[in-house]
Design a protein around this ligand. Sequence first.
Ligand SMILES: *Cc1c(COP(=O)(O)O)cnc(C)c1O
Length: 483
Amino acid sequence: MDRSVPGRIGTTLPPLDVPIQTLPSPELLRNELEMPEVSESELVRYFSQISQFNFSIDHNFYPLGSCTMKYNPKLNDEMAGFPGMSEIHPHQPEGTVQGALQLMYELQRILAEITGMAMTGLAPMAGAEGELAGMLMTRAYHLDRGEPGRTKVLIPDSAHGTNPASASMAGFEVVEIPSDSNGNTDIEALKFAVGNDLAGLMLTQPSTLGLFDTNITEVVQIIRNAGGILYGDGANLNALLGRVKPGELGFDVIHSNLHKTFTQPHGGGGPGAGAVMVGKRLVPYLPTPVVEKIEEPNGVARYILGKPEKTIGRMGGFHGNFGALVRAYSYIRTLGDQGIAQVSEDAVINANYIMSQLKDVYELPYERTCMHEVVLSARKLKRDYGVSALDVCKRLIDYGIHPPTMYFPLVVEDALMIEPTETESVETLDHFIDVMKKIAVEAKCNPDLLHEAPHNAPNSRLDEVAAVRRPDLRWKRSSANIQ
Ligand SMILES: *Cc1c(COP(=O)(O)O)cnc(C)c1O
């Protein structure tokens, strides 16, 4: 910290009441590490100021597509903070954590109900880990049936990037399936790709184009007939909650990001929970543990950490991200059936409202009703004025709005993927729409304003390649990182 003054201290330690310890030998000490020397008030100001550099949903609108940055009610954090939730230890005897296990058991049941599946595994700690669990179950299933030759997983080109990574980590060969001109899975290409070596298909529904794949029944038939497993990426179930059950559509396994669809502050990459819900034939392979309920003869229920018969094993230490599970449970129970269905209605209406207001200013690649998010393209601005999706996004920062996801999905040139979520008011949406229109005018009249944006953020335009290849994350006395 540049405010450091030698000899200044920020705390007063009480007199020593333990034996003095000797330091490790000098070669183990890193004397070159300079500790900032500041007073307590300077330290508080320093951290308070840098905390304001963070952008968060508690500050402003955050339409980051596919990430579902909805408002997370504080009530759920409070529930997770109760001592009975936050101060228990995974090594405690089961008899002493019956309440926590009951909560997990009920969440398993509720998620299976919401998705129309037979059973839930709560162990995965991220969406991508849920995918990996699903792929490992797919592998175990085929091996168990004596079909080791099923080595291929088909993935549409509109899938989330984690899908091919997860399939390949589980040892499968990934085959890409193109989208057709409506943004659905291309049926002819799918038929051509299935064979005796088919392990399964991973489908994001709604797709990352924000569209409901209306070819779904045909897709299910083709994969079923070829003996494959149908995997659903339900990271964002916002558009389907209380309306469509993936299990009834024919999916064998689906994961949901509890941190997106349900609740959990997750800016900056965590923490999360990627519950996996499975149909009957995959139940024996679920990751360990699953919570089981045992009815005692005296009528009292007891909850235990169970191990599915042919489990793929653990997804990490202990039992999953328990705090995220508590929040999801609290969120779902607060909303109830009707509230959950309202979530999907509002999420879809908000996205379609933005689409209707901006489709003539930015380009709409697929002229269809969207689901919980809308993908627009900045292609026209690039062609006419040399302004890219990146420039538009950087300019949004100047207006205090978090940029949407950009350049994704890859099938749309200069994509702007906008997910308003259900928790925003019409005034906020109108403000966003106005700003997006204003930026389109600026692109025409003063493109350099956009090329050089952001102008009033703590950092100006970064060299993104250098930031990735040579990240400079350490404070050094010479640097002028933070003033
Ligand atoms: C966010 C997301 C994922 C990955 O989830 P993580 O929790 O970040 O691992 C997978 N698929 C889709 C469609 C997503 O939006």
